[in-house]
Write a protein that binds this ligand. Structure first.
Ligand code: PLP
Length: 386
């Protein structure tokens, strides 16, 4: 047995990241400045989008994106129930209503076949979430959106780097929102980015991310001194610091290497569990690049005598950290009480929730760590096989 605990996630922070952050600390410029500008430019280039706006979380990016495309009180926005609460709470920030849709059973992404039934005259946008980094069926989602005149704001918190039918996530929907939270595929500690090809939306998001202060006015009046500014809307305080961007710039340089390392781990898990009918491995990824932020297995509960809770406990007692992505939104008190949702309204997500376990997958996992996790999962299956 391994003597060390294998955590669910450990960030890969190298000497370059440390050097870059220290250099920024010494530079005298800590908040939004030249490092943020560089990070935005590099990120836009990497994802193939025209504009990138750096903010302090994906939640902030999602909020700004919905605000920029004009979501307002009384509107409805389609949100998958199988997601983190951030995806839906931003809709509520604007006084609009998140309308939940069930997930697919295989990849846990939004069930595209159920989207149209959830659309009403008040629906203004869809927020597809690329669960685990596996892109949603964006061709179908874009065509539904076009038919009904809806905006598509992608929650790509898990999906860097990913692509669908040859298009990179970040350059597909109207606006795409990424997360650089500590556990994500690249990190700035806390951070996020919104990408878009539309200059008006990017300007709007930039302005609203910093109190609704007009940059035009700033530029126009610089000769009057740097103290002058004009507030054109009551905005938010969502800007990214240069300290965070210094970290992000270095992490982005390593993004492809990180991806290759996660891909290798996913392939090892796939091979190791292929002969176990007690476990369903994540859906295959032909026609797309899966970012492999998460590796979510689903237990076949009719083939084993252990439930998901005890399976996680057993892995934990073998010193392996795991997680669950996600507790579907409709099972949380707020959504049950506010909208009267019941477990049976979203049967696929409700059933999947009882079966899902996210295994550790991150670039600095060693070969031995991966072997150890594989061995522990296989042992448990053998022990509890019916
Ligand atoms: C699917 C999804 N969307 C949004 C977020 C929010 O990201 P952030 O913590 O950067 O606001 C997360 C974070 O875990 C997430 O998993």
């Amino acid at each position: 047995m391994s003597s060390e605990f294998i955590p669910f996630h450990k960030p890969a922070i190298g000497e370059e990241e440390i050097r870059s952050v220290v250099e920024t600390l010494r530079s005298g410029w800590l908040t939004t400045g030249p490092k943020v500008k560089t990070f935005e430019a590099e990120f836009a280039r990497y994802t193939g989008s025209a504009h990138a706006v750096a903010v302090n979380s994906a939640t902030a990016a999602l909020h700004l994106a919905l605000e920029a495309v004009g979501i307002k009180s009384g509107d409805e926005v389609i949100v998958p129930t199988m997601t983190f609460t951030a995806t839906a709470e931003v809709v509520l920030y604007l006084g609009a209503r998140p309308v939940l849709v069930d997930c697919r059973t295989d990849d846990l992404n939004i069930d595209v076949d159920r989207i149209e039934a959830a659309i009403s005259n008040n629906t203004k946008a869809i927020i597809p979430v690329h669960i685990a980094g596996r892109p949603c069926a964006m061709d179908q989602i874009l065509s539904i959106a076009q038919r009904h005149g809806l905006r598509v704001i992608e929650d790509a918190a898990h999906a860097l780097p990913a692509s669908h039918l040859g298009r990179k996530v970040g350059a597909i929907g109207d606006i795409t929102c990424f997360s650089f939270y500590a556990t994500k595929t690249i990190t700035t500690g806390e951070g996020g980015m919104a990408t878009t090809d539309n200059p008006e939306w990017s300007e709007r998001m930039r302005m609203m991310s910093l109190h609704g202060i007009s940059h035009d006015a700033w530029d126009r009046y610089t000769e009057q001194g740097s103290w002058y500014y004009e507030v054109v809307r009551p905005g938010f305080k969502y800007n990214m610091t240069d300290i965070a961007a210094a970290l992000g710039i270095e992490q982005l340089k390593r993004c492809d290497d990180f991806y290759q390392a996660r891909l290798r781990i996913a392939q090892r898990y796939d091979e190791a569990f292929a002969d176990l009918p007690e476990i369903e491995s994540p859906a295959g990824s032909s026609g797309m690049q899966h970012a492999w932020h998460l590796y979510i297995i689903q237990l076949n509960l009719d083939r084993i005598n252990i439930d998901r809770r005890d399976f996680i406990k057993a892995l934990n007692s073998r010193r392996i950290g795991t997680s669950v992505h996600f507790i579907p939104l409709h099972l949380h008190p707020f959504y049950k009480q506010t909208y009267g949702y019941r477990a049976s309204d979203f049967p696929q997500a409700s059933t999947a929730f009882e079966r899902i376990v996210s295994l550790p997958i991150y670039p600095i996992m060693t070969e031995q760590d991966v072997s150890y996790v594989i061995g522990a999962v296989r042992d448990l299956v053998q022990e509890y096989r019916r």
